[in-house]
Structures are given as C-alpha cells and as structure tokens.
Design a protein around this ligand. Structure first.
Ligand code: AMP
Length: 224
C-alpha cells in the first residue's frame, strides 16, 4: 500500500478529532479538518470565513461549492502527498463524488472510510459539556475531562468558552443535518467496499486500538 488515504466519518462529537490526532501521529498523515479550516478563516475574517460564519453558527452545512474547493486544495498540497486523513469531509454525497473524481484524476485511491458510531443521546451529553480555549483550540469537558481550575485552560490560563455551535439547540440541528445529509455516506462507501464501522461509545484508547488493528489488516491484505 503506497499511501494511506483515510476518511473519518461520524456525527459531531463522536471523537473524530481525538482519533485524528492519534492516527496522524502514528501514521504520519496530513490531518485535514474542514471545521478547523473554516473556524480559522472565521477568526481571520477572510472572505471564506465571512461566507461560512452564519452557516456554522446555525449548525448548518457550508454550501458544497464553497467547501469542495477548500478541501481539494488542501488534499493537493505537498504534505498530503504521502497520505491524508480527512476529518469532517465529505459530509454530502456531492462532496464525496467530487473527492472521488479528483483522486481518480490524480491516480490516487481511498484506503478506507472509518465510521465512528455514537447515539444521539450520548452526543448531546458530550457536546453540551465541551469547553474550548478559543486561542489554542484545546478542548475540555466539564464532566469527563475538566480543567484543573473551573473555566480556565490548564496550560495558558485562557478563559474557556463554549463554541457557538455547541449550544444544545444547535447541537440538535447539527445532528438532524448529520442524519439527513451525511449518514447516507455510510451506504455510499459501503457499496464501494471501503466502510469500516467502530463503536464510538468505547473509551478513546480502545477505539484507537481497533482502528489501528483494522488499518494493519488492510495493509497486510494489500501485500498479499
Ligand atoms: P466540525 O468541526 O467538523 O463539526 O465543523 C463545524 C462546522 O463547519 C459544521 O457544522 C459546518 O457548518 C462546517 N463544515 C465543516 N466541514 C464541512 C463540510 N465538509 N461541508 C459543509 N460544512 C462543513
């Protein structure tokens, strides 16, 4: 297997970011998180950021024609040449199709789509307790991973905030959007023989071990 080109699929709050961090380190992949790219654009008040902000605050998807260009540009960068890990993309069938045809043009292939499954109920609990350091992006959870001092980042003392789109109302909308627009990608990739499912309610380290074992098997099959 020349390169590992992976997609992380799953509802918001499934732990994609946590898994991405570990996978990126273990397999030296370019981690491309469209949500992070967009949040940075909003913070820097670029044209993209101004366009995306209202969709994001409401928990809706940024239009396909906006996000597809951003993603294809990131996949084409030199650091993604030896393998990439997409986190938060694709989220619609047209996005998946655009990615597929671009990779085909480049003579590249997806290795696997890793789907992390978590119930809606658990998602709401997880996300509504999430607090972030707006400067560094460091994430805490009021119950499961609290900072040492309430409301303050352990490392640099910055006051932690709740992301606008992590408010309970918005989370429910993000889940609706996920079920309507993103969940159909499971069937889409299953039909292409690429889908691998993981139980995201397990501990993050356990989820990671299972993903790593799956990737090892895929690599082995590739050499036979
Ligand atoms: P995330 O951090 O991945 O949950 O993304 C945060 C927000 O960014 C989403 O709720 C969307 O508004 C927007 N976003 C991120 N990735 C995409 C995408 N692939 N397509 C459309 N909108 C996206």
């Amino acid at each position: 297997m020349a390169e590992l080109n992976l997609i992380l699929l799953g509802p918001p709050g499934a732990g994609k970011g946590t898994q991405a961090e570990q996978l990126r380190t273990e397999f030296e992949l370019a981690h491309i998180a469209t949500g992070d790219i967009l949040r940075q654009a909003v913070a820097e008040q670029t044209e993209l950021g101004e366009l995306a902000a209202s969709y994001m605050d409401a928990g809706n998807l940024v239009p396909d024609e906006v996000i597809i260009g951003v993603l294809l540009e990131a996949v084409g960068r030199p650091n993604a040449r030896d393998g990439f890990l997409l986190d938060g993309f694709p989220r619609t069938i047209p996005q998946a199709e655009a990615l597929g045809s671009e990779l085909e043009k480049l003579g590249r292939q997806l290795t696997a789509v890793l789907m992390i499954e978590v119930s809606d109920e658990e998602i709401v609990t997880r996300i509504s307790g999430r607090r972030v350091n707006p400067a560094s992006g460091r994430v805490y959870h009021v119950d499961f991973d609290p900072p040492k001092v309430d409301g303050v980042d352990d490392v640099d003392g910055t006051e932690l905030v709740q992301r606008e789109d992590d408010q309970p109302e918005t989370v429910r909308n993000r889940l609706d959007v996920y079920h309507e627009q993103t969940a159909p990608l499971a069937d889409y990739y299953d039909q292409l023989g690429l889908l691998q499912r993981f139980d995201g309610s397990a501990a993050p380290s356990e989820v990671f071990n299972r993903i790593r074992a799956t990737i090892a098997t895929l690599k082995l099959e590739d050499t036979i």
